[in-house]
Design a protein around this ligand. Structure first.
Ligand SMILES: *Cc1c(COP(=O)(O)O)cnc(C)c1O
Length: 334
């Protein structure tokens, strides 16, 4: 199947499986799994942070980070469209007793500075304590402008807030903008990075940041059920991805551009945006279900919605993109 539903669908390669089966392991709850320790140290070094902490998912990594930055009755500022706010089951509020203060994202994914400033509450018993600004990069595939990130995090710091990045796809941002991953992470205290997206590992996220903050996050990880034992098997896949899969993200971005250009030629599809490995397109509602079924019969998985998202990844080749474009053309030519 050619699966464009998400970049989470990648299968581990033979080389990745070999790295996993050769991994030296220990018990990571006891802190003695050498492969987990190596992954944490390697990513901390690459991102320019003091330490790293391995998690089973990005949702848990973000949540433990929010719980380390904010206590019960504190507040974090976040985008309406942000994963930590919209797509993580409300975990910050439900499990962390942290009040989200959502702000409408601008079209480029940023949170307008004046809205951030206005949302920060004075120290007063009426209000939750505003403790953290959380941004996401990439967001909807878009790379946040570096100058914006600098200004927003400087504003947060000037008002006594910390800054967290949901960097699930921070490597896509780095590759697309030609900047080192450490530059993308530098303005933030903590960053959560996913290995199960474009980097192609089956499982895993790493939170990087100051050791003292990660000590607190590590306790919450245990409380949240994320203490894993011979986790080196999984960390080995992530280390393999760091060594072998980062540069390939550029090819995913080219394929998304090719897909967007191809779809834009097809009446009545309207391509809304393309950035890094994501394409957003409008499919007339009357066609969504039948087009999706037509493509599935031809070995293509695409979720068709009025505003559809198609995602490229390392298991989709340039030829696959051409196959998809031809199939969609075929459907509308009937
Ligand atoms: C995928 C994703 C996460 C984490 O998701 P998990 O499925 O829990 O690993 C967090 N933020 C963004 C932006 C994501 O795309």
């Amino acid at each position: 199947m050619i699966d464009l539903r998400s970049d989470t669908v990648t299968r581990p390669s033979q080389a990745m499986l070999a790295a996993m089966s050769a991994a030296e392991v220990g018990d990571d709850v006891w802190g003695d799994d050498p492969t987990v320790l190596k992954l944490q140290a390697t990513l901390a070094e690459r991102t320019g942070k003091e330490a790293g902490l391995f998690f089973p998912s990005g949702t848990q990594s973000n949540l433990a980070a929010l719980m380390a930055h904010c206590a019960r009755g504190d507040e974090y500022i976040v985008g309406q469209a942000a994963h930590t706010y919209k797509y993580e089951g409300g975990g910050a509020a439900v499990l962390g007793s942290i009040q989200p203060q959502p702000i409408e994202n601008a079209a480029d994914g940023s949170l307008p500075l004046e809205k951030i400033a206005a949302a920060i509450k004075p120290i007063d018993n009426h209000f939750a304590r505003t403790k953290l600004l959380a941004l996401e990069n990439t967001i909807g595939g878009k790379v946040l402008p570096a100058s914006y990130v600098d200004e927003a995090t400087r504003l947060a710091r000037a008002r006594g807030l910390s800054a967290h990045l949901d960097g699930a796809r921070a490597f896509n941002a780095a590759v697309a903008s030609g900047r080192p991953i450490a530059d993308i992470c530098a303005p933030f205290d903590s960053v959560s990075i996913c290995f199960s997206k474009g980097l192609g590992a089956p499982v895993g996220s790493v939170l990087v940041g100051p050791r003292a903050l990660l000590d607190v996050a590590g306790r919450w990880r245990k409380v949240l059920g994320g203490g894993m034992r011979q986790a080196g098997l999984l960390a080995a896949a992530c280390l393999h991805a760091l060594d072998h899969h980062v540069e390939g993200l550029a090819r995913d971005h080219e394929n998304a551009e090719r897909l967007a250009a191809g779809l834009a030629q097809i009446e009545p599809i309207k391509v809304l945006s393309q950035a890094t490995n994501m394409v957003f397109a409008q499919i007339p509602e009357t066609h969504c279900a039948s087009l999706e079924a037509y493509l599935k019969e031809r070995g293509i998985l695409m979720q068709m919605l009025y505003a559809s998202r198609f995602v490229t990844h390392r298991d989709v080749s340039r030829d696959d993109i051409d196959t998809v474009i031809q199939a969609v053309k075929g459907y509308f030519a009937r």
